[in-house]
Design a protein around this ligand. Structure first.
Ligand code: ADP
Ligand code: MG
Ligand code: MG
Length: 209
């Protein structure tokens, strides 16, 4: 299939939530080393609210699933929750149909990247979620233009996001709380960027190449 329907979107969010749960302690440790250590708790509460607000599989459409994710994240304390919430909102808006195509997903993710950058002011290299999200967005857009399948497109995005997340080990923060520790956090991955990689890996796994 080359469309993500509501059921696939539910699986994507559920798989993202499971991947986050098994990585939460590590991500909290990263935020403890470079920030204030609340990252795991913030995102886990957002995912709990998201799961509680998800439509049933009979009612689910691509849009209603990502709207539930947006609402769940928007009401979260900390910097990352509302940024993810705005991002999911743009993803939800990418299609008017019950399903989303490769081009829809690429458009929504890129629009959401723009929204996060407008709100947070971070650019590539500032040691934030943008370092994973921007390359994933570029990869998705290129895949959509090539006419790749959804599975291929999400796999490319996942690989690009993972490389981008790993790149934050060598970066000194220019945005967010990690700017307070500066050079001391060199070698520490940005937890927001790793979470973006988890999201695309869950998507690639859900759709299959
Ligand atoms: P807080 O720093 O308020 O405790 P969280 O711990 O919830 O926030 O989230 C930290 C994450 O937020 C970082 O790992 C980074 O990816 C992301 N972040 C912080 N500031 C920005 C920004 N200006 N733009 C994009 N992402 C940001
Ligand atoms: Mg924090
Ligand atoms: Mg905090």
């Amino acid at each position: 299939t080359n469309l993500i329907d509501g059921t696939a979107a539910l699986t994507w969010i559920t798989s993202f939530s499971e991947r986050f749960d098994s990585t939460q302690a590590y991500l909290t440790e990263l935020d403890r080393l470079a920030g204030d250590g609340d990252f795991g708790a913030n995102i886990s509460s957002a995912l709990e609210r998201t799961r509680a607000g998800l439509p049933s599989s009979t009612d689910a459409t691509f849009t209603t699933v990502f709207q539930a994710a947006s609402r769940g994240f928007m009401a979260t304390g900390g910097t990352s929750g509302p940024l993810f919430g705005m991002w999911f909102r743009d993803i939800a808006k990418s299609t008017r149909n019950d399903t989303a195509s490769v081009a829809d997903v690429a458009q929504g993710i890129t629009a959401g990247l723009g929204t996060i950058q407008k709100l947070g002011g971070a650019k590539v290299g500032d040691n934030t979620m943008i370092d994973a999200l921007a390359p994933a967005s570029v990869a998705l857009t290129a895949s959509a233009e090539r006419g790749s399948t959804l599975g291929e497109a999400l796999l490319e995005a996942a690989l690009a996001a993972r490389v981008g997340a790993e790149s934050t080990a060598g970066l000194i923060a220019a945005r967010g709380r990690a700017t307070y520790v500066g050079e001391l956090a060199r070698g520490v991955l940005d937890p927001g960027a790793v979470t973006i990689a988890l999201f695309f890996e869950a998507g690639a796994d859900t759709v299959g190449a």
